[in-house]
Each structure stands twice: as structure tokens, then as C-alpha cells.
Design a protein around this ligand. Structure first.
Ligand SMILES: *Cc1c(COP(=O)(O)O)cnc(C)c1O
Length: 404
């Protein structure tokens, strides 16, 4: 077989469809986020980042940076092992306590990323609980889908956010079949929010376990940053809350929280937890400082909501169509892969605005978009510049405007 020829042919296919991924070569600037420099053809250019998941700018918060520097000076760079073999550092233990407290659960378990936490936990539960059936929302993240697939458990996909469909599918199984309902709170691409209470009601009716991914909500919603379930007073009704330390908390890592036995079970049987080097102690220390800060400070969350609302208003005034939702994610719909990539390239090259195009398979074909995430640190001036750039491009590409 001509392996290289095969690779190239498949890559050319992506390019032709406009779905080939090009990574912008950036240098984030601590202290002036969302500004960054971009390396291109041996030159550096100043840009503004509009698509970061560092939603609150905690990745440059002095408390976080100080905690990380202090931990590096005290403990060095890496963890030195897996959690089991010499890698558990006191910072990991403190962070797990902080996370259990954040979600009002008995215990928490850390992973090297949110992806790994979903993958490991769902594959462990699905494969180790005899006869388990997993009911997965149709728009669940790749990390959940892959974990479920790897578990080889029976999988049922229910219509996105459709509690009636979920109820109907659960009803097909006898009461004694173990059932897990896996879903997210804020969906990353459309920014819509799950009907958590109704899902919990249906789960109770069928005796199902509830598994929620709050990756796009932790730090941002709830009076202590516990996510949408905290905001709605529903944390106690959910069996397992999963989150990331890499988005609003600004560092890296993933976790689950739940009962003592649930966390101990995944700790004891989860391959993706056991057989990998623990997070660097400094990452754990930084995440801990970030969570602690956001438990008491409302400043970032309030500014975030205000900035998002202001940005939406400015888009409306310019007639730039965007998908409405009740979260902080602003999808500007382009609905064509090649155009989406083209717009993104022009924004970056000509206007210094970096918004990665979101194309298939991340979103369904025909729903390609620019996914914009305003942060508390984007100024009115930043926003006016971006909206003007979008407005120019909308005219240039003859894209249709929204009616104000
Ligand atoms: C980003 C993401 C993850 C993975 O989290 P990481 O910490 O980035 O690995 C999991 N779930 C959803 C919905 C995500 O968007």
C-alpha cells in the first residue's frame, strides 16, 4: 500500500470541501488578553482573539499565575508519575477537595483533560456495569461519544434536548436495566441549554443515573461558578457532574464529581485515569486558585454577561445574523464551508480579528459558522472594529443580512 499517497489523497479531499484545518500560530500575551501576536511567514502581527474558551480571561489572572509560579518553585515541573505510582501531589488532593465542594458532592476525581474525563468515565461505567444502557443526547461532545462507543454498552441516541423522546426511549426498557442519561448543560456550538430539571424528573421516573457535562458552564454560571445545575439549584439531583479546568478556569485538566463510591469506582477501574502521568502540580495549583477566586467573585461573571449582551446588540444594529440562545456563545451563521473559511481568513489577514471557522464534522453541513466568544476583556472599541469588519465582509461576499 502507498500509505503516503493515501494520506495525501484524503487530505486533499478535506481541502476541496473547505474542511481542512489550519491552526493559527499564536502567542498569547499574559496581561493583555484577548490580544495576541500571530506568526505568519516569518513575520509577527498583532491580533485580537475572538474565539477563545478562556471565557473569563482567568488564564492571565494574577492569582492563578502566582499560584502556578509558587508551585513550580516548590515542586518543579512535572508530577513525576501516575497518581498511583508517586504522582499524587498534595495540590491534586487540594484541588479534588475544591471541586467536590464546588459541586456540593462527596468527592471528585481529576483527569489530564475534560476529554479524558468523559472518555474514561463513560467507557468505565458502560463496560463495567452489567447490562448497562447509555442514553446519549444527539449533540453530545466527541469525548462522550467515543467513551460510550469504547464501552461497548448498548447506546440509545435521543433527540437533542427532547425530554419526551428520552422518556419514550427509556420506557422501552424494564425497570431493572441499569440506565445512564448522558448530556451537556451548555452546548458548545449552538450555545443552547438543556432542560436539566425535566431530564432529572424523567431519570427519577426510570431510576436512571444522570451524567452531565458542564464544561462550557463551570466558572461562568451559578453564584459560585458551579455551572447551570448550580444556578438552577439542581446539583443534588445529578449523579455525576463533569467539567474542565481548561476553559473558564483558564488552566488545563478535567474532572468528575459525585458520590464517594462513584469516584472511587472510576479511580479504581478507569484505565484513562490509572495509566497516565498526573497533571503537573503547578496546573493543579493554578486551577485551584482560579476556582477559589470564582467561588466568591461575581465581577468576571457579571462583566461577561454584559459584554455578550452588548456584542449581540451591536451585531443586530449591523444586521449580522447570529443564532439566539441564552448563553455566552454567539454563533454567526455563514452556512457554507468554503465561505466560512474565506471569511475567517479575511478577518485574520485584513482586520487582525481571529475567529476560527467552525465546519463539518464539528457542526452539521450547511450550518457552518463563526463561533464568537466575547469575554469581559473585549472593549467596546474591539467590538466596534469587529462588527465593522464583519459588515464590510458581509457586503463584499453578498451575504444576507438579518432584519433588525
Ligand atoms: C472542550 C470540551 C470537552 C473537553 O474538555 P478539555 O478539557 O478541553 O479536554 C468536553 N466536553 C465538551 C462539551 C467540550 O466542549
Amino acid at each position: 500500500m502507498d500509505f503516503d499517497g493515501f494520506f495525501k489523497q484524503r487530505l486533499d479531499g478535506l481541502r476541496e470541501a473547505g474542511n481542512y484545518r489550519v491552526f493559527a500560530d499564536l502567542e498569547r500575551k499574559a496581561g493583555t488578553f484577548p490580544n495576541a501576536t500571530r506568526h505568519i511567514n516569518g513575520e509577527v502581527k498583532d491580533i485580537t482573539v475572538w474565539c477563545s474558551n478562556d471565557y473569563l480571561g482567568m488564564g492571565q489572572h494574577p492569582k492563578v499565575l502566582d499560584a502556578m509560579k509558587e508551585a513550580i518553585d516548590k515542586c518543579g515541573a512535572g508530577a513525576g508519575g501516575t497518581r498511583n505510582i508517586s504522582g499524587t501531589n498534595h495540590y491534586h488532593v487540594l484541588l479534588e477537595q475544591e471541586l467536590a465542594d464546588l459541586h456540593n458532592k462527596e468527592d471528585a476525581l481529576l483527569f489530564t483533560s475534560g476529554y479524558v474525563s468523559n472518555w474514561t468515565t463513560l467507557s468505565t461505567l458502560g463496560s463495567k456495569i452489567p447490562g448497562c444502557v447509555i442514553f446519549s443526547d444527539a449533540l453530545n461532545h466527541a469525548s462522550m461519544i467515543e467513551g460510550i462507543r469504547h464501552s461497548k454498552a448498548e447506546r440509545r441516541i435521543w433527540k437533542h434536548n427532547d425530554v419526551e423522546d428520552l422518556d419514550r426511549q427509556l420506557s422501552e426498557y424494564p425497570a431493572d436495566v441499569p440506565k445512564i442519561i448522558a448530556f451537556e448543560s451548555v452546548y458548545s456550538m449552538d450555545g443552547d441549554i438543556a432542560p436539566i430539571k425535566e431530564i432529572c424528573d424523567v431519570a427519577d421516573k426510570h431510576g436512571a443515573m444522570t451524567y452531565i457535562d458542564e464544561v462550557h458552564a463551570v466558572g461562568i454560571y451559578g453564584s459560585r461558578g458551579g455551572g447551570i445545575a448550580e444556578r438552577e439549584g439542581l446539583m443534588d439531583r445529578i449523579s455525576l457532574i463533569e467539567g474542565t479546568l481548561g476553559k473558564a478556569f483558564g488552566v488545563v485538566g478535567g474532572y468528575i464529581t459525585g458520590s464517594k463510591n462513584l469516584c472511587d469506582f472510576v479511580r479504581s477501574f478507569g484505565s484513562g485515569f490509572i495509566f497516565t502521568t498526573a497533571l503537573p502540580p503547578a496546573a493543579a495549583a493554578g486551577a485551584c486558585a482560579s476556582i477559589k477566586h470564582l467561588k466568591s467573585s461575581q465581577v468576571e461573571r457579571e462583566a461577561h454577561q454584559e459584554r455578550v449582551a452588548t456584542f449581540r446588540k451591536k451585531l443586530d444594529q449591523a444586521g449580522i445574523p447570529h443564532m439566539m440562545n441564552s448563553s455566552h456563545i454567539v454563533p454567526v451563521m455563514v452556512k457554507n464551508a468554503a465561505k466560512c473559511k474565506f471569511l475567517s481568513d479575511l478577518l485574520l489577514d485584513n482586520y487582525g480579528a481571529y475567529i476560527q471557522p467552525i465546519n463539518y464534522p464539528t457542526v452539521p453541513e450547511g450550518t457552518e459558522r463563526l463561533r464568537i466568544t466575547p469575554t469581559p476583556l473585549h472593549t467596546d472599541e474591539d467590538m466596534d472594529q469587529l462588527v465593522e469588519a464583519l459588515s464590510n465582509l458581509w457586503s463584499q461576499c453578498a451575504l444576507s443580512r438579518a432584519v433588525a
